[in-house]
Design a protein around this ligand. Sequence first.
Ligand code: NDP
Ligand code: DA3
Length: 327
Amino acid sequence: GKQIRIGIVGYGNLGRGVEAAIAKNPDMTLAGIFTRRAPADLKPLFAQTPVHAMASLNEFQQTIDVLILCGGSKDDLPEQGPALAALFNTVDSFDTHARIPEYFAAVDAPAQAHGKTALISIGWDPGMFSINRLYGEALLPDGVTYTFWGKGLSQGHSDAVRRVPGVKAGVQYTLPSPDAIERVRSGARPELSTREKHTRECYVVLEEGADAAVVEKAIVGMPHYFADYDTRVNFINEETLRTEHNRMPHGGFVIRSGNTSEAHAQVVEYSLQLESNPEFTASVLVAYARAAYRLNQQGQFGAKTAFDVAPGLLSIKSPAQLREELL
Ligand SMILES: NC(=O)C1=CN([C@@H]2O[C@H](COP(=O)(O)OP(=O)(O)OC[C@H]3O[C@@H](n4cnc5c(N)ncnc54)[C@H](OP(=O)(O)O)[C@@H]3O)[C@@H](O)[C@H]2O)C=CC1
Ligand SMILES: N[C@@H](C[C@H]1CC(C(=O)O)=NO1)C(=O)O
């Protein structure tokens, strides 16, 4: 049948992951990559992938079904999300949790006004972990939920570090507290503050002449990303970053402990072990692009989150096939 035509906006770790993921979905085809840089500067994963300047995006309104927005949540998506939701169906991974309500509103208005469908904050957290936190609360109303990430590389926090003036390059690792995990797994249902659950470790390459103390202060005090955590900042050179910090593994789990009666405790858990955080996130975005296309065909316009998307819309299988095979 008809292939769903995808455009990638922003070619970083996530954009490259989406290029790979589309090749794994036979009902999808990649119309092209759109970048703010000079297209000739980009080396796509597949030589045949077209690369266009962002300015030419308007010309593709009739030939692209869904845009997957792969920009950074700190500075790119707040501007690109609302602007592009007026022109295309979109899917993004916006993950500045504290700002999701305002981002939802900023994207919903243009999408509604132009009959577009915009799936926001898709990925694993927010995204698949959000869905599993919802399942936990809905299925075991009397209980507690915990989310742990890592040890691994957070792309949102790494992007945020890279945006600090004076930072040339950088990554951020999230480390869960072994003690906190042990207390949760013991069934003790402890009260844990944000600071007690994870610490954050940054590795930063400074621009020439940048002041390390000023950069460190800007990172550790950064609202929404670092201010609520104990954070260490290590300064390294480009060679070390390239050789020791070029892998992007991550993972984690959502656990719900609850009681269905005095007598019976129940536990629900969802976990991820990711060799590549960006490739997994990209694969989630591509499955949701299928849903965005279908929702738009159904006249479901405006901004939506992972909570609003029926699981069947993600599958390449037809509803009848799903009933036969997966029920
Ligand atoms: N919800 C979730 O579970 C997850 C969400 N995310 C989100 O995805 C976002 C993007 O992550 P990630 O792809 O790692 O970010 P990157 O820093 O790799 O890319 C962000 C943007 O920066 C530009 N860029 C990329 N490489 C370069 C370069 N070498 N020089 C100049 N500009 C460059 C690209 O835009 P352009 O091509 O236009 O220059 C790109 O879209 C994160 O900020 C995070 O918020 C990530 C993982 C999980
Ligand atoms: N959005 C995160 C995905 C997970 C990882 C994470 C963290 O390490 O703080 N929080 O959510 C990312 O950008 O990698």
